[in-house]
Every structure is written in C-alpha cells, then in structure tokens.
Design a protein around this ligand. Sequence first.
Ligand code: ADP
Length: 330
Amino acid sequence: MSEHTPSPKKIRRIGVLTSGGDAPGMNAAIRSVVRTCIQYGVIPVGVHRGYNGLINSDVVELNARSVNGITSRGGTMLYTARCPEFVKPEGVQKAVNACRYLGIDGLITIGGDGTFRGARDLANAGINTVAIPGTIDNDIACTHYSIGFDTAANTAIDAIDKLADTMQSHERCSVVEVMGRGAGHLALYCGLACGAAAILIPEKAFDFEKDIIEKIREGHYNGKRHFLIIVAEGVGCTDEIAKRVREQTGIETRVSTLGHIQRGGSPSARDRVMASRMGHYAVMRLLEGKSNIVVCYRDAHLCDIPISEALDMHKDLDSYMYQVACDIAI
Ligand code: ADP
C-alpha cells in the first residue's frame, strides 16, 4: 500500500446473511465467515431471513460456538427469504440505516443473482458488501462453481439411480424433471452422470421425433428395455413430453419430479470445502477495504470481480459436455 493510499476503515462488525433459494453448503459458508471474523478480531453478526433481517434489524451476534456442528447440515441456520421491499430504494435506505445503527461495517451476502443485485445496491449506498455465489442452479456466469451445486447433483443422481432400478424391472421409460430454474446446467450434469437417453434443457432446441422418439425406438430394437429422459425445470412441459413418449412408442412412461429434495441434505465434501474457502475469502476482502465484489471460483482458484460486471455476464452451457452426453447416449 503506498503512503498516499488511505488505510481501510477499521471494521468492527461484519454481518452475514443468506438470501433467495437455499443451497446445501450455506451453513459451512456462515461458519467460515464467523470463525474468520473471530480469528481477525471482528464481531460476526448473523442477519435472519435475508434482506428482511436487515430492514427489520433482526440480527444476532454470533460466536465461535454458535456455528458448532452446522457444516454437515443442509439449509441455512440464518433462514432465507425473499424481500420485495428491498428491491425499492426506500427498502435499501432502511437497510443502510439499520447497518449504521447496528454498527455493521461490512456485509457478506450468500445467494444467487437476485441477492447480488441487492448487494450491489447496498454497496452503492455506502455499506461495504461482498457476495458469495450460493445456488444449486450453478447459473452464475462469473464463477465456474456455486455453493450447493455438487450436493444437489449428487442428491438428484442418487434419486434417479433408485428410480432406474424400479423402472428397469418394469421395462418402463422414466421422465425425470430436474431443478435449475431457467438454466440446464444441473439437468445436463445429472443426465450425463445417469446415462440418460435424452437430456432436454432450455439452452438447446430439440427435435422431439429425432432426439427422443427415434432414439427410444432404436434402443428398443437393440434390446434396451429402460429409458431415462431428463427434463430441466426450465423446459416446462414434462407431463406433455411423457404423454407423447407413451403414445408414440407404446412404452409405459412415468414422470418423476424431484423437486425440493434436491435442495436438502447434508452437503458434499466439495460444497463444504468450497463454502469454507469462499467464506474466508469474503471476510479477508472486506478487511482489506474491498466492496461491491463477488467471490468467484475460476480455473481452480478463488478471485473476485465487481458485482455489476458479474451481473452483466451471461453463462453459456457447456456445449462439449452436452455433445458428450448426446454422443454416448446410444
Ligand atoms: P436468488 O438470490 O437466489 O437469485 P432472488 O432472485 O429471489 O434469489 O433474490 C433474493 C432477494 O434479493 C430478493 O428477495 C430481493 O430482496 C433481493 N433482490 C432481488 N433482485 C433485486 C434487485 N433488482 N434489486 C435489489 N434487490 C434485489
């Protein structure tokens, strides 16, 4: 630091909140934030229910023991919520006033791109804020990884494997809807891992006859007796797809929507480790005086970029992964 660079304002209290959809691993991130704060002489403050907790000053001072044993638990000990009031400037101002009143000098927000927008608004209003990507959808463009994706993928894969056992015994076709909001990353990953005959995702147009019916007919002709079709939530017509498969192939076809079980469960090793690293990284950046940034994982290391830049980026689907899934689904 040059002698002309002002040293960052001393941070006494750092708030941490989880917002938007919950993701397994958020607890490990909270724990890491809390313990890192304590390690560096900062008081950690837990904010309940996302931005609602800031607006309503619903906060709790945490200590090292408050976060005992939470790493292995899914969900978030701070609860999460959506906060429509926070989207308006008056809501942001209320949150800023609360931070000042509570002595919160820095804030760490864990969530998806909606949460990032809130973090950007707070940072622009003068509260030092760092965002951590936490969403099972893995749809945040600036980072190759977001907390929760690995656990959600493994939960879905485990459920699909179980379904496959019963479907195989009955020689059925299963059409499985996988979460991911408007993105197909989770569906593609699960489809490849489970050997789906077809993976339908919003990012890739598909020809129903050629990509599904012909594949099933050909497989059936070659002795295949069970078929798995993965449909991303964002495609949006899972029942209709199953109906057409049943009508056009004559194979008994069942729909399973995995739904919210994909969000729950004990976080995988990868999510725990990544969340712990990101939580630590976020605190260290605040202590350096940084603000208005997102913690990213790129090319096997952590880095950060401005939130506004992160929000302008668009995440492309891994086309090569899609090609692999298509090529080997024969
Ligand atoms: P996620 O963070 O998982 O994408 P949401 O999109 O629901 O989840 O956003 C979570 C919260 O972030 C919202 O309830 C709201 O409080 C805040 N938020 C979302 N969009 C904005 C925005 N444009 N400006 C300010 N705050 C926002």
